[in-house]
Design a protein around this ligand. Structure first.
Ligand code: CO
Length: 502
């Protein structure tokens, strides 16, 4: 008898986010939905911060409508989303009732599985969202952001899994956004979680393919008892994306494991996206092969390209080496946070500032907040001297409470602000869209009636214009970022510093 290994298919979210800068239009996904629905996947991941952002920023598409369409077209498959805990899909902490409302609305519009994570692995930033998912009667998946540092140990990750289960999570996800999870640690980690939390604890494993070793990591995780692994259909896989779904299925032949996916359906899905992929050539990631330098630098590939463009912007392209050496130091001073949105952007930008202007002479508002505890707790102790500097530069006091405890109820205010925007339809969904993307929603609402745009191009047509910047990728790699303006406080004066990709 073989053990059935479940699969989460990523093509509708992380697959095209990692390889096509999240630009795929809904009409290019719709024809594959029936095959995806009937292929036998445990879930189809289809929604998250970057897809939501890209919908309203580039595709003139209502992300809530996208969710409802997926629900209609895939009645047999769990729909899954990635949720940044107390940040929801945005870049700041939201007050608890906004978190409640978002989860309630996502569930009502068709979401089944909520993979909830926090960039710092601070469980206090995950708690409220998990409670809201439980109240909605949906599947709450507690997430461990996998990272490597002198302080991160199997024991520490297992303790985090135990605490996530105490919150009532239905399963645990090990999320490796930078492809750092090597085979033996994958085995050890899954085994240790199963031993400590019980064999019946569901463990899901999410890895990227960037470093070339993670297909083996998935096999070892399966041997250690993992219940579900994440893959993407082959025609949109590998590089900074994921391991191919078909290969995973074939790999298990002759082992005590099998899947319940239907080979014919997989082939149909693959063929569909084979046809679609060339139309998005201009957005295709230029990292196509393998990058193992990440293991030494700990800096995800796309974070490097992001730093490069920040330096070019400041006419300092030749200082890359210094910045790459500065990143690990800043990360250590910040208490070794995992490098995932938004911590990767915050650490990276501060490293650039340190090289350009002297170490911590100028802090971004975000970095100061990180040092002062406004994003939550890190595993390592933060450098006391840098905390003092952050306090002096901002006049804000360090905190050790849960950051969202400091927020006042904000729903009514968000609602009035959203309703004042031309084109807002007054629904809670629109208020939430506005709450998460207050800079973009006012452009999207009035234009919504014109309908979705398809940025894909017929390969035979004239050369396309240069690509526009992409929304932040989940791992700080890939085509990250929209323009970011930082408030920099220097000698008591506030300066606006704008950082955007070249
Ligand atoms: Co991912």
């Amino acid at each position: 008898m073989t053990k059935v290994i479940d699969i989460t298919e990523l093509i509708l979210r992380d697959g095209h986010q990692s390889l096509l800068a999240t630009r795929m239009a809904m009409e290019d996904m719709i024809p594959a939905c029936e095959d995806i629905d009937k292929a036998g996947f445990w879930s189809a991941e289809c929604w998250g911060g970057a897809t939501f952002d890209a919908c309203i920023r580039f595709l003139n598409e209502d992300p809530w409508e996208r969710l409802r369409t997926f629900r209609k077209l895939m009645p047999n498959t769990r729909l899954q989303m990635l949720l940044r805990g107390q940040n929801l899909l945005g870049y700041r902490h939201y007050e608890d009732t906004v978190v409640d409302r978002f989860v309630e609305k996502a569930a009502a519009n068709g979401m089944d599985v909520f993979r909830v994570f926090d960039a710092l692995n601070d469980i206090r930033n995950i708690r409220r969202a998990v409670a809201a998912v439980q109240r909605a009667g949906k599947h709450a998946q507690g997430t461990i952001c996998y990272t490597v540092s002198p302080l991160h140990t199997i024991t520490g990750f297992v303790e985090m899994a135990e605490r996530l289960l105490e919150l009532g999570c239905d399963s645990i996800c090990i999320k490796d956004m930078a492809a750092l999870l090597k085979p033996q640690p994958a085995y050890d980690l899954v085994k240790a979680i199963k031993q400590a939390c019980g064999e019946e604890t569901r463990v899901h494993v999410h890895v990227h393919a960037t470093t070339g070793v993670t297909m083996v990591s998935l096999m070892k995780a399966i041997e250690a008892g993992a219940d579900c692994v994440d893959t993407s259909i082959s025609s949109l896989s590998l590089g900074p994306g994921h391991n191919p779904t078909e290969s995973l299925m074939e790999m298990l032949e002759g082992t005590p494991y099998s899947t319940r996916v239907d080979k014919k359906r997989l082939l149909a899905i693959k063929r569909h996206f084979d046809k679609i992929r060339p139309r998005y050539k201009e957005f295709l990631s230029n990292i196509t092969g393998v990058d193992t330098e990440i293991f030494d630098s700990q800096i995800p590939g796309g974070m490097i390209s992001n730093l490069e463009s920040q330096l070019k912007q400041q006419k300092a392209g030749d200082r890359m080496k210094e910045v790459l050496e500065e990143v690990p130091r800043v990360r250590e001073d910040a208490g070794f946070p995992p490098l995932v949105t938004p911590s990767s952007q915050i650490i990276g930008t501060q490293a650039v500032f340190n090289v350009m202007m002297g170490r911590y002479k100028v802090m971004t508002g975000e970095f100061a907040d990180l040092m002062l505890g406004y994003y939550g707790e890190t595993l390592g102790r933060r450098n006391r001297h840098v905390v003092e500097m952050a306090n002096k530069q901002t006049n804000k006091q360090p905190i050790d409470t849960r950051p969202a405890d400091l927020l006042k109820p904000e729903w009514q205010e968000l609602r009035s602000a959203a309703l004042a925007v031309d084109g807002c339809n007054g629904s809670d969904e629109d208020v939430l869209t506005y709450a998460m993307f207050p800079g973009v929603a006012p452009k999207f609402f009035p234009a919504r009636a014109k309908g979705p745009k398809n940025l894909g191009k017929d390969p035979s047509s004239a050369p396309a214009p240069a690509p526009a910047p992409a929304p932040a990728a989940e791992n700080g790699k890939g085509p990250v970022t929209t323009t970011i303006t930082y408030d920099v406080k220097l000698n008591g004066h506030t300066h606006k510093v704008t950082v955007s990709p070249a």
